[in-house]
Design a binder for this molecule. Structure first.
Ligand code: ADP
Ligand code: MG
Length: 327
């Protein structure tokens, strides 16, 4: 298949035209209209085969996840997604693989009315770079740097599931045979392959949360980013970490806690809320129906994380979270 046929069939043809897309796929640039009252939020994430996803991962998941991780960054800023572009490097153009890839790509895009407005397609080792753009009203962006001592620390959903899903994936012979997995293994695997960007929650946290980040590298690793940017510390109650029944059944409580603290790829939001805004947050939780759990409190000691099990200090081995250039 030729490059242009591939772009036409799997990308251009399937892309819906939002009203604010003046020029979409097919010209030298996309031309897009930003509403007057809004700011543009932009983020890029790259997924490389063998680094960010297991070789021979299902094509639908590879594309879905690439979109999800980018939309998750927009969610963490309180932004509403509008457009993405896709730079795709492919070893060969296999129609069946491309069909599944394109299906995965447009699942979240169509659901959130986000347009694919351009990109690049080249030959090489499998890798995808997505740039996502979205809108956030002025002075409503949720930053990492605005946590205050005394704020309550919350996380959405449950933690550690995706890490267990990765272990399950690595133990399988590929391509996956899903029918060989138990229901709980299937659930955990799906949390790894098809993460949920918390877009509704992120937008609802505008003017409610002080600081926000999405958990991509691990809860403690990403919490540290907030602490550093905000010059504060945190006390975290290990006994309050939200764990799925599936995770506890699969890994046992100790490993589940370890996963919840340090495994990456959950794409839940971690955010801080002042005592005064707690009531507002309860309203947000009730209206979005998204689970959010208070796991601790911001302290005045810069960069210090104090882990507690009840009132007792809790020790954990260092190396928390995923880093690309460690060692
Ligand atoms: P140029 O040589 O001007 O960069 P290309 O031949 O790379 O143009 O791309 C042709 C058109 O197809 C452009 O509008 C580009 O944005 C779009 N395009 C290329 N690859 C992709 C892709 N993977 N996803 C979406 N649009 C793409
Ligand atoms: Mg090009």
């Amino acid at each position: 298949m030729k490059e242009f046929d591939l772009i036409e069939r799997f990308f251009a043809h399937r892309s819906k035209q939002r009203k604010d897309v003046i020029v979409g796929i097919g010209d030298d640039c996309a031309v897009l209209r930003v509403p007057d009252s809004q700011q543009l939020a932009i983020t890029t994430d790259t997924l490389v085969e063998g680094v960010h996803f297991v070789p021979k991962s299902p094509a639908r998941s590879v594309a879905y996840k690439a979109v999800a991780v980018n939309l998750s960054d927009l969610a963490a800023m309180g932004a509403e997604p509008s457009w993405i572009s896709l730079s795709l490097t492919l070893p060969h153009a296999d129609a069946e693989w491309m069909e599944a890839f394109s299906n995965g790509l447009f699942e979240l895009l169509d659901y959130y009315s986000v347009d694919l407005v351009g990109g690049d397609t080249v030959r090489g080792a499998l890798s995808l770079t997505i740039t996502a753009q979205g809108f956030v009203p002025q002075e409503n962006e949720l930053k990492r740097s605005s946590a205050k001592p005394g704020d309550w620390i919350y996380v959405s959903g449950t933690l550690g599931d995706a890490g267990a899903g990765l272990q399950i994936m690595q133990a399988q012979s590929l391509p996956l045979q899903a029918d060989k997995l138990s229901d709980e293994q299937q659930y955990l695997l799906n949390r790894h392959l098809f993460p949920t960007p918390r877009l509704m929650l992120g937008q609802s946290l505008r003017r409610v949360a002080n600081a926000c980040i999405d958990i991509s590298d691990g809860t403690l690793a990403d919490l540290k980013h907030i602490l550093k940017a905000s010059h504060v510390g945190a006390r975290i109650q290990i006994d309050r970490l939200p764990l799925s029944d599936e995770l506890v059944a699969f890994s046992g409580l100790d490993n589940a806690v370890q996963n919840a603290l340090s495994a990456g790829d959950d794409y839940e939001l971690l955010f801080t809320v002042s005592e005064e805004q707690k009531g507002q947050l309860e309203t947000v939780i009730a209206s979005t129906g998204i689970k959010a759990t208070c796991i601790g409190q911001v302290t005045g000691q810069p960069n210090k994380i104090d882990l507690r099990l009840g009132d007792v200090p809790f020790a954990i081995t260092e190396h928390l979270g995923y880093e690309h250039f460690s060692g």
